[in-house]
Design a protein around this ligand. Structure first.
Ligand code: KG4
Ligand code: ZN
Length: 331
Protein backbone atom coordinates (compact mmCIF):
# COMPACT_ATOMS: atom_id res chain seq x y z
CA UNK A 1 0.00 0.00 0.00
CA UNK A 2 1.38 3.43 -1.01
CA UNK A 3 0.25 6.52 0.87
CA UNK A 4 1.49 9.90 -0.41
CA UNK A 5 1.23 13.50 0.73
CA UNK A 6 1.03 15.95 -2.20
CA UNK A 7 1.60 19.70 -2.16
CA UNK A 8 0.60 22.29 -4.78
CA UNK A 9 1.62 25.96 -4.50
CA UNK A 10 2.43 27.09 -8.06
CA UNK A 11 0.13 30.12 -8.18
CA UNK A 12 -2.41 31.46 -5.69
CA UNK A 13 -3.95 28.23 -4.34
CA UNK A 14 -2.31 26.43 -1.43
CA UNK A 15 -3.36 22.81 -1.66
CA UNK A 16 -2.56 19.51 0.04
CA UNK A 17 -3.86 16.02 -0.70
CA UNK A 18 -3.46 12.47 0.53
CA UNK A 19 -3.33 9.77 -2.14
CA UNK A 20 -3.49 6.06 -1.38
CA UNK A 21 -2.86 3.56 -4.17
CA UNK A 22 -3.81 6.08 -6.83
CA UNK A 23 -7.03 7.12 -5.05
CA UNK A 24 -7.50 10.66 -3.73
CA UNK A 25 -8.49 10.37 -0.05
CA UNK A 26 -8.51 14.13 0.56
CA UNK A 27 -7.91 17.22 -1.57
CA UNK A 28 -7.91 20.48 0.42
CA UNK A 29 -7.46 23.97 -1.03
CA UNK A 30 -6.97 27.35 0.64
CA UNK A 31 -7.91 30.05 -1.90
CA UNK A 32 -6.35 33.47 -1.63
CA UNK A 33 -9.06 36.11 -1.74
CA UNK A 34 -6.47 38.91 -1.30
CA UNK A 35 -5.81 39.11 -5.07
CA UNK A 36 -9.36 40.06 -6.07
CA UNK A 37 -8.82 43.73 -5.22
CA UNK A 38 -5.83 43.86 -7.60
CA UNK A 39 -7.58 42.14 -10.54
CA UNK A 40 -4.84 39.49 -10.80
CA UNK A 41 -2.37 37.46 -8.77
CA UNK A 42 0.28 39.55 -6.99
CA UNK A 43 3.30 37.20 -6.61
CA UNK A 44 4.57 38.66 -3.32
CA UNK A 45 1.09 38.52 -1.75
CA UNK A 46 0.70 34.94 -3.01
CA UNK A 47 3.91 33.62 -1.49
CA UNK A 48 3.18 35.26 1.87
CA UNK A 49 -0.30 33.72 1.92
CA UNK A 50 1.14 30.29 1.04
CA UNK A 51 3.33 30.58 4.14
CA UNK A 52 0.28 31.26 6.31
CA UNK A 53 -1.84 28.51 4.70
CA UNK A 54 0.51 25.61 4.12
CA UNK A 55 0.59 24.00 7.59
CA UNK A 56 -3.18 24.27 8.28
CA UNK A 57 -3.98 22.90 4.79
CA UNK A 58 -1.66 19.91 5.23
CA UNK A 59 -3.12 19.23 8.69
CA UNK A 60 -6.62 19.38 7.23
CA UNK A 61 -5.75 17.02 4.36
CA UNK A 62 -4.33 14.45 6.81
CA UNK A 63 -7.37 14.79 9.08
CA UNK A 64 -9.89 14.53 6.23
CA UNK A 65 -8.14 11.45 4.82
CA UNK A 66 -8.52 9.82 8.24
CA UNK A 67 -4.90 8.69 8.33
CA UNK A 68 -2.02 9.08 10.74
CA UNK A 69 0.95 11.20 9.65
CA UNK A 70 3.16 8.13 10.22
CA UNK A 71 1.41 6.30 7.36
CA UNK A 72 2.77 8.76 4.75
CA UNK A 73 5.45 7.00 2.66
CA UNK A 74 6.48 9.73 0.17
CA UNK A 75 5.96 13.43 -0.52
CA UNK A 76 5.07 14.79 -3.96
CA UNK A 77 5.26 18.50 -4.74
CA UNK A 78 4.90 20.89 -7.68
CA UNK A 79 8.39 21.92 -8.75
CA UNK A 80 7.20 24.09 -11.67
CA UNK A 81 6.22 25.81 -13.85
CA UNK A 82 4.73 28.61 -11.79
CA UNK A 83 5.54 31.66 -9.67
CA UNK A 84 8.96 31.12 -8.11
CA UNK A 85 8.10 32.68 -4.74
CA UNK A 86 4.95 30.56 -4.48
CA UNK A 87 6.71 27.37 -5.56
CA UNK A 88 9.46 27.97 -2.99
CA UNK A 89 6.97 27.72 -0.13
CA UNK A 90 5.49 24.38 -1.23
CA UNK A 91 8.88 22.99 -2.23
CA UNK A 92 10.51 23.98 1.07
CA UNK A 93 7.63 22.53 3.06
CA UNK A 94 7.73 19.24 1.12
CA UNK A 95 11.50 18.97 1.59
CA UNK A 96 11.30 19.71 5.31
CA UNK A 97 8.46 17.23 5.85
CA UNK A 98 10.32 14.52 3.91
CA UNK A 99 13.63 15.22 5.66
CA UNK A 100 12.11 15.13 9.14
CA UNK A 101 10.50 11.73 8.49
CA UNK A 102 13.17 10.34 6.19
CA UNK A 103 10.75 9.98 3.25
CA UNK A 104 11.47 10.00 -0.49
CA UNK A 105 10.60 13.16 -2.48
CA UNK A 106 8.83 13.26 -5.85
CA UNK A 107 8.93 16.39 -8.01
CA UNK A 108 5.92 16.97 -10.25
CA UNK A 109 5.50 19.08 -13.39
CA UNK A 110 2.33 21.13 -12.86
CA UNK A 111 1.18 20.83 -16.50
CA UNK A 112 1.69 17.07 -16.54
CA UNK A 113 -0.33 16.88 -13.34
CA UNK A 114 -3.27 18.72 -14.97
CA UNK A 115 -3.24 16.00 -17.66
CA UNK A 116 -2.88 13.16 -15.16
CA UNK A 117 -5.86 14.46 -13.15
CA UNK A 118 -7.79 12.21 -15.56
CA UNK A 119 -6.41 9.22 -13.65
CA UNK A 120 -8.01 10.30 -10.37
CA UNK A 121 -11.37 8.86 -11.42
CA UNK A 122 -12.96 6.64 -14.07
CA UNK A 123 -13.13 6.68 -17.05
CA UNK A 124 -9.36 6.86 -17.47
CA UNK A 125 -8.12 7.60 -21.01
CA UNK A 126 -5.98 4.90 -22.67
CA UNK A 127 -2.53 5.81 -24.06
CA UNK A 128 -1.90 7.49 -26.43
CA UNK A 129 -4.40 10.32 -26.05
CA UNK A 130 -4.48 14.03 -26.83
CA UNK A 131 -5.03 16.57 -24.08
CA UNK A 132 -5.91 20.21 -24.52
CA UNK A 133 -4.51 21.73 -21.33
CA UNK A 134 -5.90 25.20 -20.77
CA UNK A 135 -5.16 27.22 -17.67
CA UNK A 136 -4.38 30.74 -16.51
CA UNK A 137 -0.72 30.40 -17.50
CA UNK A 138 -0.70 27.81 -20.32
CA UNK A 139 -2.51 26.60 -23.40
CA UNK A 140 -1.09 23.41 -24.84
CA UNK A 141 -2.09 20.44 -26.96
CA UNK A 142 -0.23 17.48 -25.52
CA UNK A 143 0.37 14.09 -27.04
CA UNK A 144 0.29 11.84 -23.97
CA UNK A 145 2.10 8.57 -24.63
CA UNK A 146 2.49 7.48 -21.02
CA UNK A 147 2.40 8.84 -17.45
CA UNK A 148 5.82 10.43 -17.91
CA UNK A 149 6.04 10.67 -21.69
CA UNK A 150 4.24 13.77 -22.99
CA UNK A 151 4.99 15.91 -26.03
CA UNK A 152 3.72 19.45 -26.61
CA UNK A 153 2.34 19.51 -30.16
CA UNK A 154 1.25 23.13 -30.04
CA UNK A 155 0.98 25.96 -27.53
CA UNK A 156 0.13 29.61 -27.16
CA UNK A 157 2.67 32.10 -28.44
CA UNK A 158 1.37 34.88 -26.17
CA UNK A 159 -1.58 34.87 -23.73
CA UNK A 160 -3.06 31.67 -22.31
CA UNK A 161 -6.76 30.87 -22.78
CA UNK A 162 -7.43 31.54 -19.08
CA UNK A 163 -5.67 34.89 -19.42
CA UNK A 164 -7.91 35.71 -22.40
CA UNK A 165 -10.94 35.10 -20.16
CA UNK A 166 -9.45 37.04 -17.23
CA UNK A 167 -8.25 40.04 -19.28
CA UNK A 168 -11.55 40.27 -21.19
CA UNK A 169 -13.36 40.16 -17.86
CA UNK A 170 -11.22 43.02 -16.57
CA UNK A 171 -12.25 45.11 -19.62
CA UNK A 172 -15.87 44.35 -18.73
CA UNK A 173 -15.36 45.38 -15.10
CA UNK A 174 -15.79 41.81 -13.80
CA UNK A 175 -13.83 40.51 -10.79
CA UNK A 176 -10.80 38.20 -10.79
CA UNK A 177 -10.66 35.42 -11.87
CA UNK A 178 -13.15 36.38 -14.57
CA UNK A 179 -13.33 32.97 -16.31
CA UNK A 180 -16.11 31.55 -14.11
CA UNK A 181 -18.01 34.89 -14.23
CA UNK A 182 -17.88 35.08 -18.04
CA UNK A 183 -19.05 31.45 -18.11
CA UNK A 184 -22.06 32.34 -15.92
CA UNK A 185 -23.06 35.40 -17.97
CA UNK A 186 -22.48 33.54 -21.25
CA UNK A 187 -25.00 30.88 -20.31
CA UNK A 188 -27.71 33.59 -20.32
CA UNK A 189 -26.55 35.26 -23.56
CA UNK A 190 -26.30 34.84 -27.32
CA UNK A 191 -22.94 34.87 -29.16
CA UNK A 192 -23.99 37.60 -31.60
CA UNK A 193 -20.91 39.88 -31.60
CA UNK A 194 -18.26 38.46 -33.96
CA UNK A 195 -14.60 38.66 -32.91
CA UNK A 196 -11.79 37.73 -35.31
CA UNK A 197 -9.95 34.44 -34.90
CA UNK A 198 -6.13 34.59 -35.23
CA UNK A 199 -4.44 32.83 -38.10
CA UNK A 200 -1.72 30.85 -36.34
CA UNK A 201 0.37 28.24 -38.14
CA UNK A 202 0.30 24.57 -37.16
CA UNK A 203 -1.10 23.73 -33.75
CA UNK A 204 -0.04 26.95 -32.00
CA UNK A 205 -2.43 29.48 -30.48
CA UNK A 206 -2.54 33.24 -30.02
CA UNK A 207 -4.97 35.13 -27.81
CA UNK A 208 -3.47 38.60 -27.48
CA UNK A 209 -5.20 39.86 -30.66
CA UNK A 210 -8.58 38.85 -29.29
CA UNK A 211 -8.04 40.98 -26.20
CA UNK A 212 -7.15 43.98 -28.39
CA UNK A 213 -10.19 43.54 -30.64
CA UNK A 214 -12.47 43.28 -27.59
CA UNK A 215 -10.90 46.49 -26.23
CA UNK A 216 -11.55 48.38 -29.51
CA UNK A 217 -15.07 46.93 -29.79
CA UNK A 218 -15.97 48.05 -26.25
CA UNK A 219 -14.45 51.52 -26.78
CA UNK A 220 -16.46 51.97 -29.97
CA UNK A 221 -19.74 50.71 -28.55
CA UNK A 222 -19.53 52.55 -25.21
CA UNK A 223 -18.73 55.81 -27.04
CA UNK A 224 -22.09 55.45 -28.79
CA UNK A 225 -23.91 54.06 -25.72
CA UNK A 226 -22.29 54.45 -22.27
CA UNK A 227 -24.54 51.67 -20.91
CA UNK A 228 -23.58 49.20 -23.65
CA UNK A 229 -21.68 46.81 -21.34
CA UNK A 230 -24.37 46.75 -18.65
CA UNK A 231 -27.18 46.22 -21.16
CA UNK A 232 -25.43 43.59 -23.30
CA UNK A 233 -23.14 41.89 -20.75
CA UNK A 234 -24.57 38.38 -21.25
CA UNK A 235 -24.30 38.55 -25.05
CA UNK A 236 -20.76 40.03 -24.90
CA UNK A 237 -19.67 37.22 -22.56
CA UNK A 238 -21.28 34.58 -24.80
CA UNK A 239 -19.45 36.08 -27.80
CA UNK A 240 -16.05 36.15 -26.06
CA UNK A 241 -16.47 32.62 -24.72
CA UNK A 242 -17.71 31.36 -28.07
CA UNK A 243 -14.66 32.78 -29.86
CA UNK A 244 -12.18 31.30 -27.35
CA UNK A 245 -13.87 27.88 -27.49
CA UNK A 246 -13.91 27.92 -31.31
CA UNK A 247 -10.18 28.80 -31.47
CA UNK A 248 -9.35 25.98 -29.03
CA UNK A 249 -11.47 23.30 -30.67
CA UNK A 250 -10.36 24.03 -34.23
CA UNK A 251 -6.75 23.31 -33.26
CA UNK A 252 -7.73 20.27 -31.23
CA UNK A 253 -9.58 18.86 -34.28
CA UNK A 254 -6.51 19.57 -36.45
CA UNK A 255 -4.31 17.71 -33.93
CA UNK A 256 -6.68 14.74 -33.91
CA UNK A 257 -6.69 14.59 -37.72
CA UNK A 258 -2.90 14.90 -37.95
CA UNK A 259 -2.15 12.24 -35.31
CA UNK A 260 -5.12 9.95 -35.98
CA UNK A 261 -5.74 9.82 -32.23
CA UNK A 262 -9.41 9.64 -31.23
CA UNK A 263 -9.16 9.68 -27.43
CA UNK A 264 -9.39 13.37 -26.61
CA UNK A 265 -9.19 15.01 -23.17
CA UNK A 266 -9.30 18.53 -21.79
CA UNK A 267 -7.64 19.69 -18.56
CA UNK A 268 -6.72 22.79 -16.54
CA UNK A 269 -8.79 25.61 -15.07
CA UNK A 270 -10.49 26.55 -18.34
CA UNK A 271 -11.71 22.96 -18.76
CA UNK A 272 -14.27 23.91 -16.09
CA UNK A 273 -15.88 26.17 -18.71
CA UNK A 274 -19.37 24.94 -19.54
CA UNK A 275 -19.17 26.20 -23.15
CA UNK A 276 -15.91 24.30 -23.76
CA UNK A 277 -17.24 21.14 -22.08
CA UNK A 278 -20.42 21.18 -24.17
CA UNK A 279 -18.64 22.03 -27.44
CA UNK A 280 -16.08 19.23 -26.89
CA UNK A 281 -18.88 16.74 -26.36
CA UNK A 282 -20.64 17.87 -29.53
CA UNK A 283 -17.46 17.80 -31.60
CA UNK A 284 -16.58 14.41 -30.12
CA UNK A 285 -19.92 12.99 -31.28
CA UNK A 286 -19.40 14.45 -34.78
CA UNK A 287 -15.82 13.23 -35.10
CA UNK A 288 -16.27 9.83 -33.48
CA UNK A 289 -13.95 10.68 -30.57
CA UNK A 290 -14.09 9.31 -27.06
CA UNK A 291 -13.88 12.45 -24.92
CA UNK A 292 -12.61 12.87 -21.35
CA UNK A 293 -13.77 15.84 -19.30
CA UNK A 294 -12.45 16.11 -15.72
CA UNK A 295 -14.66 16.51 -12.65
CA UNK A 296 -14.77 20.17 -11.55
CA UNK A 297 -12.57 19.59 -8.47
CA UNK A 298 -9.75 18.39 -10.75
CA UNK A 299 -9.93 21.25 -13.31
CA UNK A 300 -8.47 24.18 -11.38
CA UNK A 301 -5.26 23.90 -9.37
CA UNK A 302 -5.39 21.21 -6.70
CA UNK A 303 -2.93 18.89 -4.95
CA UNK A 304 -5.02 15.81 -5.82
CA UNK A 305 -3.67 15.92 -9.39
CA UNK A 306 -0.12 16.44 -8.07
CA UNK A 307 -0.59 13.34 -5.91
CA UNK A 308 -1.80 11.26 -8.88
CA UNK A 309 1.22 12.32 -10.95
CA UNK A 310 3.51 11.61 -7.97
CA UNK A 311 1.92 8.19 -7.44
CA UNK A 312 2.85 7.00 -10.95
CA UNK A 313 6.40 8.27 -10.46
CA UNK A 314 6.47 6.45 -7.11
CA UNK A 315 5.47 3.20 -8.84
CA UNK A 316 8.22 3.75 -11.42
CA UNK A 317 10.75 4.53 -8.66
CA UNK A 318 11.43 8.05 -9.93
CA UNK A 319 12.45 10.26 -6.99
CA UNK A 320 14.34 13.52 -6.58
CA UNK A 321 16.83 14.81 -4.05
CA UNK A 322 16.71 17.57 -1.44
CA UNK A 323 18.59 19.70 -3.99
CA UNK A 324 15.57 20.02 -6.34
CA UNK A 325 14.84 23.71 -6.90
CA UNK A 326 11.67 25.25 -8.38
CA UNK A 327 11.54 26.40 -12.00
CA UNK A 328 9.32 29.14 -13.41
CA UNK A 329 9.07 27.87 -16.99
CA UNK A 330 8.72 24.47 -18.56
CA UNK A 331 11.93 23.55 -20.36
O1 KG4 B 1 -5.43 25.66 -13.81
P1 KG4 B 1 -5.72 26.91 -13.07
O2 KG4 B 1 -6.50 26.80 -11.79
O3 KG4 B 1 -4.42 27.69 -12.70
C1 KG4 B 1 -3.32 27.77 -13.52
O4 KG4 B 1 -2.53 26.80 -13.57
O5 KG4 B 1 -3.23 28.81 -14.21
O6 KG4 B 1 -6.48 27.89 -14.10
C2 KG4 B 1 -6.96 29.13 -13.71
C3 KG4 B 1 -7.65 29.75 -14.90
C4 KG4 B 1 -8.06 31.21 -14.67
O7 KG4 B 1 -7.63 31.97 -15.78
C5 KG4 B 1 -9.59 31.15 -14.60
O8 KG4 B 1 -10.24 32.31 -15.05
C6 KG4 B 1 -9.87 29.96 -15.50
O9 KG4 B 1 -8.86 29.04 -15.21
N1 KG4 B 1 -11.20 29.37 -15.25
C7 KG4 B 1 -12.21 29.42 -16.14
C8 KG4 B 1 -13.32 28.80 -15.52
N2 KG4 B 1 -12.94 28.37 -14.27
C9 KG4 B 1 -11.62 28.74 -14.12
N3 KG4 B 1 -12.27 29.96 -17.38
C10 KG4 B 1 -13.43 29.86 -18.03
N4 KG4 B 1 -14.55 29.29 -17.49
C11 KG4 B 1 -14.54 28.75 -16.27
N5 KG4 B 1 -15.63 28.18 -15.76
ZN1 ZN C 1 -2.80 24.96 -13.17
Amino acid sequence: MATLLAIESSCDDTSAAIIRDGMVLSNCIANQEAHRQYGGVVPEVASRAHQVNIIPVVDLAIKKAGIDKKEIQAVGFTRGPGLLGSLLVGTSFAKAFALSRNLPLIEVNHMHAHVLAHFAEDPKPPFPFLCLTVSGGHTQIMLVRDFMDMEILGQTQDDAAGEAFDKSGKLLGLGYPAGPLIDKHASAGQARFPFPEPSMPGLDFSFSGLKTSILHFLKRETAANPHFITVHLDDICASIQGTIVTILLKKLRKAALETGIQHIAIAGGVSANSGLRKALQTMGEQEGWTTYIPAFQYCTDNAGMIGIAAYYKYLAGVFCGQDAVPYARQS
